[in-house]
Design a protein around this ligand. Structure first.
Ligand code: ZN
Length: 206
């Protein structure tokens, strides 16, 4: 009976890694549509990111969609990334490599899996998109490898989508890019960092 109770709990719960940006916002909206939003638990990592709106917009989006939200402290990861010279991007570049945080996906997926285990969830969803796949830790093969290590499903439903696809789909879901998400690496919409550059391209490109 103990096992049955655990199986019943596991049946519907889903974890979504939410960054506050466009991609994970769509992954969350799609997950909330696929299952009851009350069964969806979004988590946002606080690793000392400069754009604190990532946290406030994430919380507000979860309230809008009717799902659960938790903020998970990962200060140590932010400190290590900064010591490695990563994540310290400033304005004036549209090179996405400048903002890469090595091993971010492994750390974030691992924390997501641990969170999922703690609440009895059956999946962890990430908003990785096709243009992220230039990074060695964001391609399909990378996630396939991680999947072999766990029974919890690792979902990347946007992995073939472009940023313009995401912008279109967000509008269809009733999510307003400018007010429900934040894509800036620095502070609310600096207009100069790689994320702002890509977001502007996506909005202009469809
Ligand atoms: Zn920016």
């Amino acid at each position: 009976m103990l096992g049955l109770g655990r199986l019943a709990r596991k049946r519907n719960k889903a974890v979504v890694l939410l960054s506050g940006g466009m991609d994970s916002a769509l992954a969350l909206a799609m997950t909330c549509k696929a299952v009851n939003p009350q069964c969806v638990h979004a988590i946002t990592f606080d690793y000392g990111q400069l754009n604190r709106e990532e946290l406030t917009r994430s919380e507000a989006l979860c309230a809008k969609l009717g799902c659960h939200w938790s903020q998970v402290p990962l200060e140590a990861f932010g400190l290590m990334a900064a010591r490695a010279g990563c994540g310290t991007v400033r304005g004036g570049t549209n090179d996405p490599h400048a903002s890469m945080l090595p091993h971010k996906n492994m750390v974030f997926v691992s924390m997501g899996l641990a969170f999922a285990e703690s609440i009895g969830a059956e999946s962890v969803t990430l908003g990785v998109i096709s243009t992220d796949c230039f990074m060695w830790d964001a391609g399909k093969g990378y996630f396939d490898t991680l999947q072999r290590l766990t029974a919890i499903e690792i979902r990347t439903p946007l992995i073939t989508m472009s940023k313009a696809d995401i912008a279109r789909a967000l509008e269809q879901e009733g999510i307003v890019i400018e007010s429900d998400t934040t894509s800036c690496y620095l502070h609310g919409g600096c207009g100069e960092c790689p994320a702002c550059f890509v977001a502007a391209q996506a909005r202009d490109g469809w």
